[in-house]
Design a protein around this ligand. Structure first.
Ligand SMILES: NC(=O)c1ccc[n+]([C@@H]2O[C@H](COP(=O)([O-])OP(=O)(O)OC[C@H]3O[C@@H](n4cnc5c(N)ncnc54)[C@H](OP(=O)(O)O)[C@@H]3O)[C@@H](O)[C@H]2O)c1
Length: 210
């Protein structure tokens, strides 16, 4: 059982790797060419996101692709790097015949089925005006994923922490009661659960700590 992880060089990545190893997966981590990332328990493929050959090498033979790529810093480059990277990943998946994609997103990427939840749209408004390059990348990423023919799931989260796992709220914002908190351990567990569960294919559920 093989799985390929993107964005696994970050903080959520450590939890994704631990969860995947616990479940017995052969894990490939794609790391940026200059990344110092290393981990004895996983295969590391290093490259740039415009190198389709490297991306194909990373995703080849995997059951699913899990991505925690995302803008997290206050200063995020213009040019939609996360969207462009994910578009390249999706192209590589298409060429390798891999269909299952599970990516991290946020409430800033509104789902057409969302109801009204000020707790979610107020931070989204703040991000839109205070961090426009982050906002544009989050929205463009969601659009690109929705337009793909893949079996995607966008897992939308609010503020991540490193607390122990617990019970979850799962569902569209404004339809299900959500908190603003989520542990990275729960995020990793939920993402791996989606590999065997078609319930959220082509859906973007919010998840939060109950
Ligand atoms: N932290 C939060 O409270 C929070 C809230 C809402 C949503 N999220 C989302 O949750 C996910 C994981 O969050 P985290 O806190 O674990 O993040 P993190 O530790 O900062 O990891 C982010 C990952 O994205 C990659 N990345 C960032 N900018 C990139 C760029 N311009 N080009 C290519 N790769 C880039 C990083 O790669 P490098 O290691 O190469 O830099 C890293 O692997 C992200 O998608 C984030 O947007 C986080």
């Amino acid at each position: 059982m093989k799985v390929t992880l993107f964005g696994a060089t970050g903080r959520t990545g450590a939890f994704l790797i631990a969860e995947g190893l616990k479940r017995g997966y052969d894990i490939t981590v794609f790391a940026r060419a200059r990344s110092a990332f290393d981990h004895a328990g996983v295969r590391v493929v290093r490259g740039d996101f415009d190198d389709i050959g490297r991306l194909r090498e990373a995703v080849s033979g995997s059951e699913a692709i899990l991505s925690a790529l995302g803008p997290v810093r206050l200063v995020h480059p213009q040019g939609l790097p996360i969207t462009r990277a994910t578009e390249s990943i999706m192209a590589a998946m298409g060429q390798e015949g891999i269909t299952r994609l599970i990516v991290v997103s946020t409430g800033t990427a509104v789902d057409p089925g969302d109801g009204r939840d000020p707790k979610i749209w107020l931070p989204a408004l703040l991000i839109r005006y205070a961090m426009p390059s982050v906002y544009r990348d989050i929205v463009a990423l969601a659009q690109a994923v929705r337009q793909s023919p893949l079996d995607w799931t966008m897992v939308r989260v609010a503020f991540l922490n490193d607390r122990p796992p617990g019970r979850l709220n799962v569902g569209l914002y404004g339809r299900v009661r959500h908190s603003l908190r989520l542990s990275r351990a729960d995020l990793a567990r939920f993402m791996f659960d989606q590999m065997a569960d078609p319930a959220h294919v082509r859906q973007a559920p919010g998840i939060s700590a109950a």
